[in-house]
Design a protein around this ligand. Structure first.
Ligand code: CA
Length: 238
């Protein structure tokens, strides 16, 4: 799973939690996964941070000093500017009624303490995706090759291809511009980035690896070598 958001602005998560050790743990893990983190330790502060910080998602503890999570959630939903703000409620209660109540008053999802941080992050990503904050990248298709950009999975004729990270990005770049011929320098710019110094011959090495992985079953070679020009993704590869 990709752990950064590339060139996009980092989504901001407002973590509302009055237990300091849990707050620290959540901040550490969310930042590691590429999120920006804002904190509030009581209900009033949460409402203030929602208004000022414009977070992309609120992780809201149910039991809070000053104003309960339920009341904070209600007030966020009541304001026109924050009506659609994604909210995940964190509850220590296990009764189903309470979890349902969190959804009733407008939370989009809930987790019950104690929770696994990985599972929570998966739900945060899913909710951000549903709310359009993290756009779904979708699928690229070329001939019999399908690339699922969200799952980072590539198949050819239904067979899973095992690509290294550079081969994956190279194929993604080609599949985004099928039929177009790229010089080694253009591939270096598009795949490695301008700031990284790599020998043009490195491209040939990764093309070779990519070909080997993609054509492993003796299928048609989809990468065309264009003499003295470069490479392109093309079925007419000989
Ligand atoms: Ca609490």
């Amino acid at each position: 799973m990709p752990d950064s958001f590339g060139s996009m602005a980092k989504p901001t998560i407002l973590v509302v939690e009055d237990e300091a050790p849990l707050l620290t743990l959540l901040r550490y893990n969310l930042e590691k996964q590429g999120f920006r983190v804002e904190e509030a330790t009581d209900g009033q502060e949460a409402l203030m941070k929602v208004a000022e910080g414009k977070p992309d998602l609120v992780l809201l503890d149910w039991m809070l000093p000053s104003l309960s999570g339920i009341e904070v959630c209600r007030q966020i939903r009541r304001r026109p500017t924050t009506r659609d703000l994604p909210i995940i409620m964190v509850t220590a209660r296990t009764e189903d009624q309470d979890s349902v109540r969190a959804l009733d008053i407008g939370a989009d999802d809930y987790v019950t303490k104690p929770f696994a941080v990985d599972a929570l992050i998966a739900r945060i990503r899913a909710l951000l995706r549903r709310s359009g904050t993290v756009p779904t990248k979708g699928q690229l298709v070329f001939h019999d090759i399908t690339m699922d950009q969200d799952a980072h999975r590539v198949t050819r004729n239904g067979r899973a291809l095992h690509l290294g990270p550079t081969e994956y990005r190279l194929l993604e770049f080609f599949m985004s511009h099928p039929g177009r011929v790229f010089t080694r320098e253009q591939l270096l710019d598009g795949v490695w980035g301008r700031d990284i110094h790599v020998e043009p011959r490195t491209v040939d090495v990764h093309i070779r690896r990519l070909r080997k992985a993609v054509n492993a079953d003796g299928e048609t070679d989809i990468i065309r070598t264009v003499r003295s020009a470069g490479y392109s993704l093309d079925l007419d590869s000989d």
